[in-house]
Design a protein around this ligand. Sequence first.
Ligand code: NAD
Ligand code: ZN
Length: 706
Amino acid sequence: MSSTPHELFSTLSAEAVSPAAVNAAAARAAELRDTLNHHAHLYYVLDAPALPDAEYDKLFQELQALEVAHPELLTPDSPTQRVIGQVLDGFVPVRHAVPMLSIRTETDTEASGALSFDQRVRKQLELDEAAAPVEYAAELKFDGLAINLRYEQGLLVQAATRGDGETGEDVTQNIRTVAQIPLRLRGITAPVLEVRGEVYMRRDDFEALNERQRAANEKTFVNPRNTAAGAVRQLDPALAAQRPLSFFAYGLGEVQGWALPPTHSGLLAALAEMGLPVCADRAVVQGADGLVAFHQAIGAKRDALPFDIDGVVYKINSLELQQRLGFVSREPRWAVAHKYPAQEQLTRLNDIEIQVGRTGKLTPVAKLEPVFVGGTTVSNATLHNVFELRRKGVRIGDQVIVRRAGDVIPEVVGRLAQARASYVPNFRMPRACPVCGSETLRERGGMDYRCSGGISCPAQRKQALLHFASRRAVDIEGLGDKLVDQLVDAGIVLSLPGLYKLGVAKLAALERMAEKSAQNIVDALEKSKRTTLARFLFGLGIRQVGETTAKDLARHFGRIDALMDASVEQLLLVRDVGPIVAQSIHTFFAQPHNREVVEQLRAAGLSWDEGEGAAAQAGPQPLAGKTLVLTGTLPTLSRDAAKDLIEAAGGKVSGSVSKKTHYVVAGEEAGSKLDKARELGVTVLDEAGLQALLQASQAGEPTRSD
Ligand SMILES: NC(=O)c1ccc[n+]([C@@H]2O[C@H](COP(=O)([O-])OP(=O)(O)OC[C@H]3O[C@@H](n4cnc5c(N)ncnc54)[C@H](O)[C@@H]3O)[C@@H](O)[C@H]2O)c1
Ligand SMILES: [Zn+2]
């Protein structure tokens, strides 16, 4: 059978390449290059990405795959071939003595990412099966911004961004505000030592920054990476200084007059010696197995890290071998980044529901098309408050970006900028609580709406019970939302003490509750009775009192009665308790029904060890808020001893007398301070008078007030 050339061509093309397919590939490659360049500009130059990284990476890999299949489509300006970035107007360009490159990424989050890197390395080093495993330095891939720090004679003379890898931006002024970056290296006088590392923002610093933004009804930041990058590339160093930034060193640029250690791990140790922050989560491992183990170990603790990472980095440990392998276009051959599941993903916002919290706060919650993000499947995410929701312009039906990093609850950080098919109205807060129908109110100037129903609102009651029963409070095992729903809906439990009236019979009468499970709950209730004061206080759900504050309160007061009777002033003496927290605690215990709850719980058998708290041990601190001035020589007490006693009683010792001075304690040869005190009519005491004041305080008597 003969075939025409045309037929031959088309049969072949089924396997190989038809002109149409080549054209389609070329068009797609061009489209991808455009899209990637656009998003890279938003990301690297403007620090304002419009796509989650995972989406960008997908497109990037699609282009890479096309270029591998059709090498003729590869252009030198393809984003796969160069480091993207450029110098922003307003910054002085800095030419890097040694280019700042990218790192090849293994997106396969399974072990195979490590295996294929090791295989490549062994092939490039021409190692056969029998050869010993390659030694690697494994470290974290910090999600921040690469910085080159140039030290001359040990002094920081310049800091620059990566830019396009060849030329970056001079950001020395901003970098000088990063407290962790030493302005002078310890023990280094080399003419030139360029240190490379990542400037990043810790998660807690980022959350606190956003809390402040939210409280001020200002725009919140999307993620720590972009916030850090934006702060470093901020033209006003004063603004940059307000953003708390951190730093980790991980490599070198140009070096003159300093002998390199033989290994990367040795280099990191040397950098740490110089006073540079180097992350402790690093290891030297042997071969692919070592890499896999490191990847898994870090993956398991990723959520608990105080900062975002998007993967780990493997580097050949020997610097000599690194040199032998060298570079390809935009990346070294001796290093690879092995990623973890992305912490930001795109999904659809299906609906917005209102959740009523323990304190009645109404939170808009995003109901999402389930999406795998930060290592778990997420279908709910917080939208914080209606003002923030409006500012982000998020509406039902939108493609939204969901972020889940660490233990922070997943949140919707923004929407994908794209036209809506049809008009969708803005979300409004309901006028009535969706659970109890009570009116919803917003505190003046506040961002939050609250249900005004108080504990008559079943939602608040349920949350209060769940909170009390939670693991970090009194820990009632098995008392979960389903059971609490049943108990509250059936009107069986109306308040915390009501829990302890539950018996097996009552519980077993509930739907889907076997006798055995009922007994387990009763046992758990019994067990929860023996608790600690801190857990009990935390469990009460006093507004503003988290676990840490509860512990501080327990330590300070020792006994619950002392706490319940404490004045705002006394509460203010507790470590880290400010006016808002103190007021909230005081208001809580000023309400008879809250005291009643405490009494009933005690009557039900809840108990904990009580002791004299730090406050009692140090005296009841009745000199709180009092300013004293010491002058002259006291008969028995040294100046320091007197000061210690006064401070232990909560007083303050000042160096000069003013109208604000409460007492002047005068001894022999008292000078002008005594005259001044008389002039101003300030009470003057001798040592005996001071002792009496301190003693009176210890007996718990109120001090004279002036
Ligand atoms: N969302 C978007 O629109 C968008 C656009 C462009 C790029 N991106 C993201 O940017 C990333 C690609 O960036 P890239 O190619 O510039 O580089 P990269 O971030 O993948 O890798 C190189 C960088 O890693 C950093 N790094 C962190 N820890 C390190 C360590 N221990 N050792 C060495 N380097 C370390 C350095 O800053 C270095 O510049 C991808 O995650 C991509 O998703 C996103
Ligand atoms: Zn309500």
